[in-house]
Design a protein around this ligand. Structure first.
Ligand SMILES: C[S@@+](CC[C@H](N)C(=O)[O-])C[C@H]1O[C@@H](n2cnc3c(N)ncnc32)[C@H](O)[C@@H]1O
Length: 258
């Protein structure tokens, strides 16, 4: 599929303004492949027509954003963050937690099962920009390869083994799902979904430029209660950004007194 410079600019500008992802030149092939897939699905032959469609049709606009975002994740990814929290939180408090780029659900479910195991009281909001990821998270069905880091006792307690055509898959049990509400939220343009004691915003800002990160960090700060924790991805950092968080340890920050 040919993509002219102006078409590339239109599409990459949409992606930047909507999801903060900077599709610089090196990402041309990725953009082409993802757009080609949408053209096949929508049975549209011309790119011009597709660009017009996403400008007018919200559903296809969201499908396009879904197609260009990167959703890779797995259970117990960077679990040292959760281990830190489990040691720091007080079981007598009811915690409000936000998993702010939850992809297909592995992150919020990993956090939830460890909090249940500890006997913590909590509710969680798990959100993503991608509708298809939210749908996958709500379905809560996973190929067992994604769970290789889950300790065996928790695997047995919180997951159901698939049988027959679902052999090789597991499903998260209802008692875990009951603590989590899933919804679409765009970190860049949407207003805060509430005030939380802990926010996980991991492995998403890595795709943003500094200007976008600055905007998102400001919004996350406002969404945290005093004394609340912000957890970002291990490959991410707040260096070069203006913020009022206190650094606790790599990728863990607190709002207010530590
Ligand atoms: C690599 S996954 C990270 C999943 C999980 N947090 C983890 O660390 O494994 C990045 C997720 O960020 C989502 N995303 C990208 N831009 C976003 C935005 N502007 N607002 C909310 N989510 C976004 C993507 O759809 C994707 O599911």
């Amino acid at each position: 599929m040919g993509l002219s410079d102006s078409q590339y600019k239109v599409l990459s500008d949409i992606v930047y303004s909507e999801c903060g992802i900077n599709l610089h030149e090196g990402k041309l092939e990725l953009l082409k492949a993802r757009v080609a897939k949408r053209l096949r699905i929508t049975k549209i032959n011309s790119l011009e027509e597709y660009i017009n469609l996403i400008k007018q049709d919200t559903t296809e606009f969201i499908n396009f954003i879904d197609a260009v975002s990167t959703n890779h994740t797995f259970f117990f990814r960077e679990n040292h963050h959760c281990e830190f929290l489990l040691k720091s939180i007080d079981n007598s408090r009811h915690l409000k937690i936000w998993s702010a780029a939850s992809s297909s659900g592995e992150e919020p479910y990993s956090i939830a099962i460890q909090l249940l195991e500890k006997g913590a009281k909590f509710e969680m909001f798990a959100s993503d920009i991608s509708n298809s990821m939210i749908k996958a998270a709500k379905t809560a069905l996973y190929y067992k390869e994604k769970l290789r880091l889950v300790p065996r006792n928790m695997l047995i307690k919180y997951f159901q083994k698939g049988r027959n055509k679902w052999e090789g898959y597991v499903r998260v049990k209802k008692e875990v799902m009951n603590n989590i509400t899933f919804g679409r939220h765009n970190l860049i343009v949407d207003s805060s979904p509430g005030i939380f004691n802990i926010i996980f915003c991991r492995n998403v800002m890595i795709y943003f430029d500094n200007e976008t990160k600055q905007k998102v960090i400001g919004k996350l700060y406002k969404s945290l209660a005093e004394g609340g924790y912000l957890i970002i991805g291990a490959a991410e950092g707040l260096v070069g950004l203006k913020h009022n968080f206190k650094y606790i340890k790599p990728s863990i920050y607190i709002k207010g007194a530590s």
